[in-house]
Write a protein that binds this ligand. Structure first.
Ligand code: NPW
Ligand code: ADP
Ligand code: K
Length: 502
């Protein structure tokens, strides 16, 4: 499923009309009917439906919805928010159709009467503003949005909750807080931001017959994609086929992180796993992580001092978990990135060390994969966290393209970007993961997956999806979001693999 900006949606619309010959009025008919079908699934004939119709094409969809539901025998009150003289184009055509069929609408005449209408009806259909919204919300929508939000009546928005922009980087001052949104054809970027996603309520897309975008820029990565790309293990495979992985990190005060990463890599499916760390961490982990082998690194005050002599000929490396933020960590990271030609996952303190000189990424032979949470990404970019979160797609894409790296920007929606700037979003997981150690487990899973027979992009998407899905499975049964630990995720991978028949 593609994720689009307003401009991409308008371009598609233009392409469909000019190149394919699909009439705009037909697209609007398809949109209105598809939304009406969705709304109808929640209705009984005794329900009163209030359709709020704005000036533009979102309002045009509203005219089609009102006519369709009236034809099907529902009790519909259509309210036109602006004078008829302001309605043009395809919306004016559908307004005329409504009237020609013998139906009527009422003209908006202030907050007070709208308040009454909201109270008298069982469902409000918000078709006031769509992807064309710009700037601060003006009258009459400003007052209408306040009234809708103050009303307890169930609200379904068309395409977007009115007032929410399609794109990133736009502040939302005032917008409908929908219970549900029926999205036309493709979800817009704002459905995936922390600041705007909540306005949508539950949402679903409907197909109106638009073609797919000509090039892949962004898309949603879900269960179907995982099941179609996840590599199978063939009967004749041996441990060497499933990757020889190396984890570098840990410090005497933080033995757990690399332990979690190593065990997650093993449970994730790595063939062989070696942990290079300081002696005290080896002592702490050797009896619990039996399947791993260990390399003891030179230590200074409990931190890794150097990786001199460390053989880096592995199929994949993960570096940085629990490594600490000491001065030598910068050289450790730099040496590994310079010498290793395999894919390297850089996480946690590795990202902190990277901040000192990101140009090191530019000269690498092998692929680099950065797995920051928003705090780490904002630090790397030198911007505030709110600034990063207002434009996460744009910021991560420009960094990935500039340094030719993969980025996994973690969060409730995780954005995966490849060096060409293509992006995917996964949405699995829950607040049970908002706990120290979850990221370490994810790094291990990603290390295991980048060594299997799949593209790095698919490996990263599959890894983040499975990490989140495992949390969902576990909190649906044995655990809660309060008690869930990273270790449970690692042990829970078994249930995920079995449930999905992977
Ligand atoms: N493929 C497609 O794209 C398809 C799209 N379809 C549908 O069309 C929708 C997009 O339609 P659209 O372009 O007419 O934009 P839309 O948001 O309805 O109205 C914009 C108007 O609102 C106004 N306005 C803007 N900002 C404002 C503000 N802050 N405060 C107050 N007013 C404001 C402004 O008018 P102005 O006040 O400037 O005169 C502007 O002209 C889309 O979401 C989908 O539902 C489907 O029908 C079929 C296929
Ligand atoms: N509310 C949430 N919903 C879904 N996933 C979450 C949520 N909070 C955190 N996560 C996931 O948990 C992981 C946390 O990683 P990170 O912040 O690096 O943790 P740590 O460094 O403490 O191990 C990420 O994969 C992130 O996507
Ligand atoms: K709307």
């Amino acid at each position: 499923m593609y994720i689009v900006t307003a401009k991409e949606m308008y371009d598609l619309d233009r392409y469909a009309m000019d190149e394919i010959g699909l009439d705009g009025r037909l697209l609007m008919e398809n949109a209105g009917r598809a939304v009406a079908d969705q709304i109808e699934s929640e209705l009984s004939l005794s329900d009163g439906i209030l359709v709020l119709i704005g000036k533009g094409n979102n309002g045009g969809d509203g005219f089609v919805i009102a006519r369709t539901l009236l034809q099907r025998g529902y009790d519909v009150t259509a309210v036109q928010m602006v004078p008829s003289s302001k309605i043009e184009g395809d919306a004016a055509y559908h307004r005329k159709l409504l009237l020609s069929m013998g139906y009527s609408f009422v003209q908006y005449d202030g907050q007070e009467s709208l308040e009454k209408l909201c109270d008298q009806n069982s469902i409000i259909v918000d078709a006031m503003l769509g992807i064309g919204v710009k700037g601060e919300i003006r009258s009459p929508y400003r007052e209408a949005i306040q009234t809708v939000n103050a009303s307890p009546t169930h609200t379904i928005s068309v395409d977007l909750p009115s007032g929410v922009p399609a794109d990133e980087g736009v502040e939302v001052n005032q917008a409908v807080k929908a219970d549900r949104t029926v999205v036309i054809q493709y979800p817009k970027l704002s459905a995936y931001f922390q600041y705007t996603a909540t306005f949508y309520g539950e949402w679903k897309t409907v197909d109106i017959g638009l073609p797919a975008p000509s090039q892949h820029k962004r898309s949603f990565y879900g269960k179907a994609q995982v099941q179609s790309t996840f590599p199978t293990r063939n009967s004749f495979s041996h441990k060497g086929k499933h990757g020889k992985g190396l984890v570098i990190g840990g410090a005497s005060t933080m033995p757990g992180s690399v332990g979690l990463t190593s065990r997650a890599a093993l449970r994730g499916g790595a063939g062989l796993l070696t942990l290079a760390t300081v002696p005290s961490v080896i002592q702490a982990l050797a009896s619990s992580t039996l399947e791993a082998t260990y390399i003891s690194l030179q230590d200074l005050n409990g931190y890794i001092l150097d990786v001199k002599g460390l053989d880096l000929s592995y199929d994949g490396i993960a570096i940085g978990m629990g490594m600490g933020r000491h001065e030598e960590a910068v050289q450790v990271l730099q040496k590994v990135l310079q010498k290793a030609s395999c894919p390297v996952v850089i996480d946690a303190d590795g990202l902190y060390a990277l901040e000192k000189d990101t140009s090191i990424l530019d000269d690498r032979d092998g692929p680099s994969i950065l797995t920051p949470h928003p705090g780490e990404m904002a630090h790397l970019l030198g911007v505030s966290i709110p600034e990063l979160l207002s434009k996460p797609f744009a910021y991560t894409r420009s960094f990935a393209e500039k340094h030719h790296v993969f980025i996994v920007l973690k969060g409730a929606f995780t954005i995966i970007t490849n060096p060409e700037g293509e992006q995917w979003v996964t949405d699995t997981g829950n607040p049970g993961l908002a706990k120290g150690g979850s990221g370490d487990a994810l790094s291990g899973i990603l290390l295991a997956y980048i060594m299997q027979d799949q593209t790095i992009g698919d490996a990263l998407c599959n890894g983040t999806w499975i990490h989140g899905y495992t949390a969902e499975l576990l909190t649906a049964e044995r655990h809660s979001e309060h008690d869930l630990l990273a270790n449970d995720i690692i042990e829970g991978l078994a249930q995920t693999y079995r449930t999905l028949s992977l």
